[in-house]
Design a binder for this molecule. Sequence first.
Ligand SMILES: [Zn+2]
Length: 367
Amino acid sequence: MGYIKKAEILFFFIFLLSLNLYSLDLEKEIKTRKIPTYLIKNVQYISLKSFLKIINSDNWAKIEDRVFLFSDQTQIKFRIDDTNVIVGGKNIEIKNPPKEVEGEILIPVEDFSKIFSDFKIPEKKEEIRNIKVEEKKVSKKFVIVIDPGHGGHDAGAIGNFGLKEKDVNLDVSLRVEKYLKKQLENYPNIEIYLTRKEDVFISLEERVNIAKIFNADIFFSIHTNSSRLNRYEATGFETYYPYSKVEVNILPKSNNEEQISEKNNDPVLTEILNNLNETDVIEESRILAELVQEKLAERLIIPDRGAKRGNFYVLKYTPMISVLTEIGFICNPNIEFNLKDIEVRQAIAETLGKAIIEYLKKREIIK
Ligand SMILES: [Zn+2]
């Protein structure tokens, strides 16, 4: 009896969800909403701001001449004056490049209509919007950015049987996101973003910038490690928190090397964080790193290598609380075998999610 009832509820829920999604017809939306368009060399453009309103999204970031759009379904990356657009990791050649005029980003209507023709927009009801606005007034936003390490041509560590770190990191991160969104559904002031949702390359500088643009309170990087010395037997999990935090106007070139060598001095432009107390941010990062280790130790049978300080690029240059967790040694064939298992990945993801929730409770961000 209980089973039948559950099934009915589930079906109803899915049915409702699918009702609330509609396909995007960009040209029609522009007409009905009377959105201003611009003609550049006879090509019709609209502002990115208008476009975001149409797709009900405010998740985007601009880093130098690159623009990122994030939605529940995909991540889009394009450059100003460039006809290559990356949609969900795939390169698409468009006819007319996006433009920037007086600080306003303009996108070509015809090309973006095609890119987004299969796009499903979540329909926002007025009542939901009103509730959200009020909550934003009373409660401050708390933003968590999850960072799946590596991606695209950067596979990270590769196991003996070919399992790639980038794929494990992404899958676990997506599971953490899903778990947190479910657990925190009653807290609309807590927002969760990923630095990547697909198999795409994102430099370390871009990761730091994404965290800054989203005004993240927590930056949580997920990796799988590898040992050069003890390739077949290395085991355990560890979580790093920063040695130091440095705020710079111009990020130093990372060459995508995660660990910063001690010799590497910071550029002259360096300023120690002013708005945030450096010691506090590091201390909070340590507390979170220890919670991650504690929770993983409860769930996994492999050794607890501890929470430790690490000089990682993304830990050093992100101004907020930041940790980098290494969930297992992919170079060890036994661990590689385990990391292939989706149940293991799910268990790790839930554990990481629990550690974050525990931290939020500790700081009374949630009850
Ligand atoms: Zn890594």
